[in-house]
Design a binder for this molecule. Structure first.
Ligand SMILES: Cc1cc2nc3c(=O)[nH]c(=O)nc-3n(C[C@H](O)[C@H](O)[C@H](O)COP(=O)(O)OP(=O)(O)OC[C@H]3O[C@@H](n4cnc5c(N)ncnc54)[C@H](O)[C@@H]3O)c2cc1C
Length: 454
């Protein structure tokens, strides 16, 4: 029997678009919430956000604690494997391959409340939702990810909506426009941007640039299109070992790198992108004509967290960087993009965090102290061409944590196959199912415990 659900979900969604009052339809779901007593709702563990991190933890604790004890609050009916959007933007995968129904990634043994948290009250172990629920909990996992803030760039939303050559691999609404732009650009500037502040998968904007350059070259357009990467950062990549190779690659492929430039305005009618010069003392800007513009937007945790005591002044959830336990509320953990961890925000990082939070939350539930430590493991498969990839793997303080006993900073065919063929099933069958804790054990085995120097 098909059920139609009408939800009040205000604010901005994952897509960076205001969701307003959303009416969503979907199949009847065996484990949808059916509670009608809004005053009495209580769950032992509440997971806010059913993305990569939330789904992984739900799959660890749902079967263990039972359907009524674990509640996932997640407004969206579709779960995306976001790392695939790099390949979708380059025409190497289809968009539909990145999507699954949320109900299929969550375990049967959990309650899915298809709603959005409006406010958090951790002093009373409570939260409220836009749908009017009050929820109390014994333990809380905050895994809300990041919101895409395209509207912080003047004219950007209008440009994304109206100019077929303004695109963004970060959003399911705009990722298909990237390959459209590549197929149809004839000449002029193809500009790829990197914003100020924290972003998820900091390598994604430059991967889009390398794959675009590769496509343009292989399709005979490269001599008429100037490719440039305008980044707010002072370096091409934060880890020197990989930056050294990347600098050589952009030089040899004639990709212009313009550093300390932050996109502040898009005028799609004039085809002008305006960048503030971050090192200028008097707020100077620079205008660039574009034929194609790929935007990586500024990002922040969702605004529902901003006024809560769960976050610090940066608006990220404050956790101990080793145990992932909240620094003020011991019954609260956070993992994924919204946690204030000083490492790159990726799905790969979540794989290692899943093992740590699972172990530590079980300890806390049993009345003990958390003991498992996260080393900041993260990974960024930097697609250099459609057939080659630098597999960057590192941890806190830039420690190199490469898995294989080869130099992974060199572009390799094998790593591109890993990214294209091996990682999607690893995500759907391993990571979101809570079965993949990252490659740590393989690293120890392959490298016999020997560390790679930076
Ligand atoms: C283009 C691109 C390329 C990438 N490439 C890679 C890569 O190659 N390798 C890699 O490892 N990672 C990559 N990533 C990063 C990776 O996808 C993310 O780091 C990861 O998916 C984040 O998971 P999360 O659970 O923290 O957040 P998400 O998966 O974004 O989930 C957060 C969930 O919280 C929900 N939510 C938000 N607010 C609320 C609320 N108030 N109440 C309830 N629910 C809420 C949202 O609806 C969402 O479903 C890439 C990302 C992009 C966009």
């Amino acid at each position: 029997m098909a059920a139609r659900r009408v939800l009040i979900v205000a604010g901005e969604g994952l897509l960076g678009r205001p969701t307003g009052i959303a009416a969503q339809s979907g199949p009847a779901c065996a484990h949808f919430s059916t509670s009608s007593n809004r005053d009495a709702r209580h769950h032992k563990l509440v997971i806010v956000g059913g993305g990569t991190a939330g789904a992984a933890l739900a799959n660890k604790f749902g079967p263990r604690l039972g359907k009524e004890q674990v509640c996932v609050v997640e407004p969206n009916e579709t779960h995306y494997y976001q790392p695939m959007w790099t390949l979708v933007g380059a025409g190497l995968k289809h968009f539909h391959q990145s999507a699954s129904r949320e109900i299929d990634v969550l375990p049967k043994k959990c309650t899915w409340l298809q709603d959005k948290v409006k406010s958090f009250d951790p002093d009373n172990n409570m939260m409220t939702t836009y749908g009017g629920e009050s929820i109390s909990y014994d333990y809380l996992l905050v895994s809300t990810g990041l919101t895409l803030e395209y509207d912080k760039i003047e004219g950007c939303v209008e440009a994304l909506e109206n100019d077929p050559f303004v695109c963004s691999n970060y959003s399911p609404y705009y990722v298909n426009k990237t390959f459209y732009s590549l197929r149809n650009i004839e000449k002029g500037n193809a500009i790829f941007t990197f914003p100020q502040g924290t972003v998820k998968c900091a390598g994604a904007p430059q991967k889009a640039c390398y794959l675009a350059e590769d496509y343009l070259r292989k399709n005979g357009k490269r001599d008429k299109v100037k490719v440039m990467y305008n980044t707010a950062l002072p370096v091409i990549f934060g880890i020197p070992r990989y930056a050294a190779y990347l600098n050589d690659i952009v030089d040899s492929r004639d990709i212009a790198i313009n550093k300390r430039r932050n996109l502040v305005k898009v005028d799609y009618k004039k085809k002008i992108a305006t960048f503030e010069l971050l090192d200028s003392e008097n707020g100077e800007t620079e205008d660039y004509e574009y034929s194609m513009l790929h935007v990586a937007p500024p990002m922040l945790p969702p605004k529902e967290l901003w006024d809560s005591p769960l976050v610090d002044e940066t608006k990220f959830v404050t956790v101990n960087k080793e145990t992932l336990q909240h620094t003020k509320y011991p019954n609260v953990f956070s993992m994924g993009d919204c946690a204030n961890l000083p490492t790159a925000k990726t799905a790969a990082a979540i794989s290692a965090q899943t093992g740590v939070v699972t172990k530590n939350l079980k300890k806390v539930m049993a009345g003990s102290e958390p003991t498992r430590h996260y080393d900041g493991y993260t990974s960024c498969p930097l697609m250099i061409t459609k057939h080659t990839c630098i597999m960057a793997e590192f941890g806190y303080d830039g420690a190199i944590l490469e898995t294989f006993p080869i130099n992974q900073a060199k572009p390799r065919y094998t790593m591109a196959y890993m990214k294209k063929l091996f990682m999607p099933p690893l995500y759907w069958l391993g990571l979101v199912k809570g079965l993949w804790y990252g490659p740590g054990p393989f690293r120890k085995l392959f490298r016999l415990g020997i560390k790679t120097s930076n």
